[in-house]
Write a protein that binds this ligand. Structure first.
Ligand SMILES: Nc1nc2c(ncn2[C@@H]2O[C@H](COP(=O)(O)OP(=O)(O)OP(=O)(O)O)[C@@H](O)[C@H]2O)c(=O)[nH]1
Ligand SMILES: [Mg+2]
Length: 363
């Protein structure tokens, strides 16, 4: 049975109805990818989140009632909750058997479900520690307060928090060490490839843009292509022969980007993103059939900046030209002319020669 989910978002007053709808649609897509079923979406307009509960007190009462009436198992908030907000909300909902997640919890659960390689699993564990750590400390403080707060119990509670902190720090160090080893091996392989004269081209883009489909179309690599967010969590490399150059380059496909990811989580995926970080050229894939492409392009630029790739040469590839596009191709080409866009269909293998020629001229 698919778990029943209530979505909650707050948006500032100046946001357009289209934008707030897009935010909720994306969260619902994440829920569907996870295997959940959205029973109701709750939107509150306010400039600042409520300090205690994220949404206002009246809204919490309303959500609590609906969640019970509709038999919801999860309330998922489209933002990053502060540890005390999670704690306060859990105190209200836990007794009804309802879990509280924020956007990052949901993304991490999807990652966990899709992770195959040891590297991906380690990185997710690291991201989880970074995300859950502060909450665990808050829980310790909460337990402390509940035990009455005498000098002795408070002392004990603090000791427990210290123990937890130490345990988490030790675990984090161990994972980082394991990842360092993996990164070391990758660095050796990269050095060898560079010695062999291979340039590298990294395919990046918002999740579900068609990155894996493009890698497959250009290299017949056979990577999983799925109408799902975060289908790819590791890095795949394929060889692409460039007739214009008379030699091959290595093309990499990796994890997709998404908005509102805290930098600490992006950096937890450092090892998977290493190919992007060290690439000679970036190919940004954009789903031209997507109404929200403008801010998605912005998000991808932002994440590239976080990774220190802001200065790299980027080729912009508008994918899914075979689908009816919300904006005519000519208008898109005009709007994005500063990007010298290439329009392709990875699925139908349309216009790939033009893309190959452009890649050849850049590496
Ligand atoms: N119609 C059409 N669909 C495409 C095209 N390219 C990809 N798709 C579809 O778009 C969806 C996502 O494709 P993927 O290649 O998995 O996208 P991705 O960017 O690798 O996604 P993640 O790994 O999840 O971040 C799949 O359902 C593909 O079949 C295209 O050129 N045309
Ligand atoms: Mg993919």
């Amino acid at each position: 049975m698919n778990p029943r989910v209530i979505l909650v978002d707050i948006v500032p007053f100046q946001i357009t109805p289209e934008e707030s709808l897009a935010r909720l649609n994306e969260l619902e897509n994440l829920v569907v990818t996870y295997g959940g079923f959205v029973v109701v979406r709750k939107l509150q307009k306010r400039q600042m989140p409520d300090y205690r509960y994220y949404v206002g007190k009246g809204k919490v009462d309303e959500i609590e009632k609906e969640a019970r009436d509709l038999g919801a198992e999860y309330v998922i908030v489209n933002n990053i909750l502060k540890p005390h907000q999670i704690y306060n909300l859990e105190s209200r909902f836990e007794k009804h058997g309802i879990k509280i997640w924020d956007r990052i919890d949901l993304i991490l659960k999807i990652f966990e479900k899709h992770a195959v390689t040891r590297e991906a699993k380690l990185q997710i564990e690291l991201a989880q520690l970074r995300h859950f750590g502060p909450r665990i400390f808050k829980m310790g403080v909460g337990l402390n307060q509940q035990t009455g707060g005498g000098a002795i119990t408070r002392g004990k509670g603090e000791t427990n928090i210290e123990i937890m902190k130490r345990h988490i720090a030790r675990k984090e160090n161990q994972i980082k060490k394991d990842l360092k080893k993996i990164e070391g091996n990758q660095a050796c392989q990269r050095a060898k490839r560079a010695d062999d004269g291979f340039k590298t081209v990294a395919i990046v883009g918002y999740t579900n843009a068609g990155k894996s489909a493009l890698l497959n179309a250009l290299t017949r690599k056979g990577v999983k292509v799925k109408d799902e967010l975060f289908a790819t969590l590791d890095t795949r490399l394929g060889k692409l022969y460039l007739p214009e150059k008379g030699k091959s380059v290595l093309l990499s496909d990796t994890i997709g980007f998404i908005r509102d990811l805290p930098p600490s989580l992006i950096h937890a995926f450092h090892s998977t993103l290493a190919e992007t970080i060290h690439a000679d050229l970036i190919v940004m894939v954009i789903d031209m059939n997507d109404m929200e492409m403008e801010w998605k392009i912005k998000t991808v630029h932002q994440v590239l900046g976080e990774l220190g790739c802001g200065g790299k040469k980027i080729l912009y590839v508008f994918n899914k030209i075979d689908l009816p596009c919300p904006m005519p191709k000519e208008d898109l080409a005009e709007f994005y002319k500063a990007y010298s866009p290439t329009f392709v269909s990875a699925e139908q293998k349309t216009n790939l020669e033009e893309l190959k020629n452009k890649i050849a001229r850049c590496v």
